[in-house]
Design a protein around this ligand. Structure first.
Ligand code: BGC
Length: 512
């Protein structure tokens, strides 16, 4: 990573800062936060498809031969095992919102790390279903605290010019976590107690996050937010590697005063002037989930077994989709700031839609309903390829952008509350998909792919009509973008508009 540099804000101010040891450590924390999130996403589908695991916790699955092909895995308890994590995550994110601002980013990361450790130990040692589900809930608390505090920690530690890149790094680490889980499942499937190893290995990144929470420095923003100005200033000098931090320090103080002046941040978000941001905070994560991606990420091995693959081949195919997910995320890192967000959304949307329709048609005509029937080898291979092409499209569009775009449009005074709404909505619909997918597959059969395809169609239209391009737009200048937008301009009254320009005017004047 390149070091050093000066960054100009929209107001023409200069922020100095180098890539110091602290920034590098922040990257490691980001990586461990993303890895755990991804590991939990990828691990459950693989273990639920293992015979030794089914025998111990879900013996009904082994005797499900009286059901039709699509219903083999339709089991509420299997789905609770997968999805309970996200319900716990959803609830704890709102607790994390409080601890992160009152106690600091570090304590939240520490709580997250410890909850993860407890969850992975309970899961690895599980002797009954209750232990398994309680372990998943503890992991959920970890995800709730981790996903709230880690991205915030990162954006505050990173010098301004690295902020966007680090945001996508979190997503990249997530995809690597999913792939690692798929690979580990593939390796452990051959051992009778292999599922214990699969579930227990989550303790490795959890340990790193816990150590981070214990030993990393607190962010200057958090110190200042809690009125510890001197410590905050000292810390800013240390992490930026220079004593010339005046403008950045002043901005943090100003921002924190503005944030303190708001009595009820969540309520504030419902004011008419924030309607565009509120819509995006809710719809973008909702749309991201109804692409159907987690049907694949959670249940790929189970899905592959449904269409007739053996246990081993199913886990192997999940490894392939996991690898495609990682590589395609790199594509988005390389193009998002050059081509812009909307091009990636359009291209990804069309590609996902086409694949989903094609998969539905193949399953309708080529997968017989009768018990024990399967796709022919050739058609099964075509379905795997189509799923890979679909995953690639997601990974360079809605995957990273589903997190990046919301984070770019929230002005400071609603940022933390709006971010919690985004994380909460994401977890809510991750939970819903995790809980409902296998049942939907049983009832909708091949139509499940048309269902998700329909949503992809709608969200692509939404991007076309309602989502402004945010490439190269500083957050403070977003108000001009809304004001110029054919639909959103009606919500931006002149009083809102005129309260903004001070800094931007300075910027424009500076440019003249
Ligand atoms: C989504 C997850 C998904 C992952 C797949 C993330 O952006 O929020 O739900 O499993 O991408 O890579």
């Amino acid at each position: 990573m390149a070091g050093g540099g000066v960054v100009s804000g929209p107001s023409g101010k200069h922020y100095e800062g180098h890539v110091t040891l602290f920034v590098a450590l922040a990257c490691i924390v980001a990586a461990s936060g993303g890895l755990i999130f991804g590991y939990d996403i990828g691990i459950s589908g693989g273990v639920t498809s293992m015979k030794s695991f089914q025998r111990k916790f879900f013996p009904r699955l082994l005797n499900a031969h009286d059901r039709n092909t699509y219903c083999r895995f339709d089991d509420q308890v299997v789905q609770i095992f997968t999805s309970s994590l996200y319900l716990a995550g959803l609830i704890s994110t709102f607790f994390a919102m409080w601890t992160t601002s009152h106690w600091g980013r570090r304590p939240s990361m520490l709580i997250g790390g410890i909850a993860f450790l407890v969850g992975s130990v309970l899961n690895a040692a599980a002797v009954n279903l209750a232990m398994l589900v309680i372990g998943r809930i503890a992991l959920g608390v970890g995800v709730g605290f981790g996903n709230q505090a880690v991205p915030l920690y990162l954006s505050e530690m990173a010098p301004a010019k690295l902020r966007g890149a680090l945001n996508i790094m979190f997503q990249l680490a997530t995809t690597i976590g999913i792939l690692a889980a798929n690979l580990i499942n593939y390796g452990t499937e051959k051992v009778d107690w292999g599922w214990r190893l699969s579930l227990g290995l989550a303790a490795v990144p959890a340990g790193i996050l816990t150590l981070g929470g214990m030993f990393l420095p607190e962010t200057p923003n958090s110190l200042i937010e809690r009125s510890r100005h001197d410590e905050g200033k000292h810390m800013l000098e240390k992490i930026r590697g220079t004593p010339n931090i005046g403008p950045e320090f002043d901005d943090i103080v100003e921002a924190s005063n503005a944030a303190k002046a708001i009595q009820n941040p969540l309520g504030n978000l419902f004011k008419r002037q924030y309607r565009p941001q509120l819509t995006i905070a809710i719809l973008v994560p909702f749309f991201q989930q109804v692409t159907g991606i987690n049907a694949i990420m959670f249940y790929a091995p189970v899905l592959f077994q449904t269409i007739g693959f053996g246990s081993d081949a199913s886990l192997y195919s999940a490894v392939i989709t996991g690898a495609v997910n990682v590589v395609a995320t790199l594509v988005s890192i390389g193009t998002v700031d050059r081509w812009g967000r909307k091009i990636l959304f359009y291209e990804g949307g069309i590609q996902m839609f086409v694949c989903q329709i094609a998969i539905a048609v193949i399953l309708k005509f080529k997968l017989p309903l009768a018990i024990g029937s399967e796709l022919s080898k050739g058609w099964a291979a075509v379905v795997v390829v189509l799923i890979c092409v679909y995953v690639a499209a997601f990974a360079w569009s809605w995957g990273p952008l589903g997190w990046l775009v919301p984070s770019e449009v929230f002005p400071l005074e609603i940022r933390s509350a709006a971010q919690s709404i985004t994380v909460g909505t994401n977890f809510l619909f991750t939970f819903v998909i995790g809980q409902a997918f296998l049942t939907m597959l049983c009832h909708f059969r091949w139509g499940i792919f048309l269902f998700f395809g329909g949503w992809v169609f709608i969200m692509t239209l939404f991007v076309f009509f309602f989502l402004p391009e945010t490439k190269n737009v500083p957050i403070e200048e977003m108000v001009y973008v809304w004001k110029a937008h054919w639909f959103w301009k009606r919500f931006i009254g002149d009083e809102v508009y005129s309260s903004y320009p001070t800094d931007v005017e300075k910027h424009n004047n500076a440019k003249l």
